[in-house]
Design a binder for this molecule. Structure first.
Ligand code: UD1
Ligand code: CA
Length: 476
């Protein structure tokens, strides 16, 4: 027996896998100025879903996204994933995408190829495809699925029925009437053994209705070269669905969100009228939290246990502790809310709002870059921006922090236990000391020392009998 080289023996026991994600296409059928793979389902780009599945199978250093159309935007949007990007400047077909990535992929033993526009693929299916490929010692393994309506997909032509082996993949446009009746489709996910793949990839041609290099032609090419080409059929055809049109995007979005709600409910979250609630893929919610109808929980939001989120509230990229009550109609954006706080109805927490334990933010209160201390309350008709408020402070109805002079933003500080009377304006920069009182309807322009009372308004004038006199004048 010939001796195996060190690399060959290593590859047998521990083959090295790369994952290539084809994501360079323009997505003509979406009729969009944005790159296809940045269109969102479940609250994040198509490509981000595929990358997440890839990263459960191999480390980021072995994942290569092949990008082209609006490549810079795609790269920027997904830079956080830590994967590699390969530029396919001109998009001349799925086969061409792999030709362009040859240098990066050739050093591996096998290449798993995923489609950047099919976001429902799971790590389990990728792993099953990989294991099937290895067990069959195949040169090419494609993921096949049986669809009710196979229109638009490439069809799998098996060498004989019930055989694993595939003779060719025929694209819809090139298929004969009989071939179009085949309901077994090519999902656009493959595993290739790198050596035969790159040995034969130059045999691809553009001799087809789209004048493109079809990756699918590799099935016929490798078959003719006596390499083994097999298909692995998934039992869940949903997983391979692509998103070529806006309608398909909406269908995928609905599927992802339904699955997300089911997963949360299984983990102990109550969701009433679940079909009315929009919850993004990466949201986390603790047990015994209740979501009422028509809420939206978006982005990287984390909500603790035992909270109640009442109807018509929208929470984006925010963190809520345990036992928080959000009354109807609140909007939270990049806010942090500690345990037991109470918000709303109709509170608007803008970026940088930090609401302390047990604090209250009430009706028609807008906050921005606000630190509200433990147990403090701002319950009605108030704007608090660039403001730091200590513990146990009461902010009266209609209080306004005047934080902007038209050029710069200035800070307001209200120390522990202070009391701000209703309809006060705090003209920043200004500080109200510990335990101080601000009389109602004051304009506060200067710092108020601890424990003092500040009155910032003109004295009341009373003119006895004035109204009566006026009425009498009118009668004359
Ligand atoms: C492809 C398959 C088809 C399969 C279907 C499954 C081919 C020729 N056909 O068709 O058999 O049933 O997927 O969804 O492969 N891309 C690039 N560079 C390019 C062209 C495309 O990166 O030059 C990317 C696209 O961005 C997309 C993926 O490859 O993410 C698939 O391309 P697409 O044009 O959507 O192929 P389909 O027509 O769906
Ligand atoms: Ca597609």
């Amino acid at each position: 027996m010939p001796r195996l080289s060190k690399r060959d023996s290593q590859s047998r026991t521990n083959p090295r896998f790369a994952i290539a994600i084809m994501a360079a296409g323009k997505g003509t059928r979406l009729k969009s100025k944005h790159p296809k793979v940045l269109h969102e389902v479940g609250g994040k780009p198509l490509l981000a879903h595929v990358i997440a599945a890839a990263l459960s199978v191999v480390p980021a250093k072995d994942v290569y996204a092949i990008i082209g159309h609006e490549a810079d935007r795609v790269r920027t949007a997904l830079a956080g994933s830590g994967i590699n990007f390969v530029l396919q400047k001109e998009q001349r077909g799925t086969g061409h995408a792999l030709i362009v990535a040859r240098e990066a992929l050739q050093p591996y033993d096998h290449v798993l190829v995923l489609s950047g526009d099919a976001p429902l693929i799971t790590p389990e299916t990728i792993e099953s495809l990989r294991d099937f490929h290895l067990s069959k010692k195949a040169a090419m393994t494609l993921l096949a699925a049986e669809l009710e309506n196979p229109t638009g997909y490439g069809r799998v032509i098996r060498t004989k029925s019930h055989s694993d082996e595939v003779q060719a993949i025929v694209e819809e446009k090139a298929a004969s009437a009989t071939q179009r009746k085949i309901r077994e489709i090519n999902s656009g996910f493959y595993v290739f053994a790198a050596k035969p793949f790159f040995q034969h990839i130059d045999e691809l041609s553009t001799d087809n209705p789209h004048s493109e290099y079809y990756l699918t032609d590799m099935a016929g090419i490798l078959g003719k070269a006596k390499e083994k080409v097999v298909a692995y059929k998934t039992d869940d055809p949903n997983e391979v669905l692509g998103s070529n049109t806006r309608s398909e995007l909406a269908d995928l979005d609905a599927q992802i969100r339904t699955a997300k709600r089911r997963q949360l409910m299984a983990a102990g979250v109550t969701i009433f009228s679940p079909e009315t609630c929009i919850i993004d893929t990466d949201v986390e919610i603790g047990a015994d939290t209740v979501l009422e109808p028509f809420v939206q929980i978006l982005g990287n939001t984390r909500i603790g246990a035992d909270c109640r989120i009442r109807s018509y509230t929208v929470i984006n990229n925010s963190a809520l502790g345990d036992g928080v009550l959000v009354r109807p109609g609140c909007i939270l954006d990049e806010a942090r809310v500690a345990d037991g706080a109470v918000l709303g109805p109709y509170s608007h927490l803008r970026p940088g709002s930090e609401i302390g334990e047990g604090a209250h933010v009430g009706n028609f209160v807008e906050t921005k870059k606000l630190k509200l201390g433990k147990g403090s309350k701002a319950n009605h008709l108030t704007y608090l921006g660039d403001t730091e408020i200590g513990e146990g402070v009461n902010v009266g109805a209609g209080t306004i922090t005047c934080n902007y002079d038209g050029v710069h933003k200035h800070k307001t500080v209200i120390e522990d236990g202070a009391f701000i009377g209703s309809n006060s304006t705090l003209i920043a920069p200004v500080r109200v000391g510990k335990g101080a009182y601000v009389a109602a309807a004051s304009s506060i322009t200067d710092d108020v020392p601890a424990d003092a009372l500040a009155l910032g308004r003109s004295r009341q004038i009373v003119k006895e009998g004035w109204a009566k006199q006026k009425r009498q004048q009118k009668k004359q």
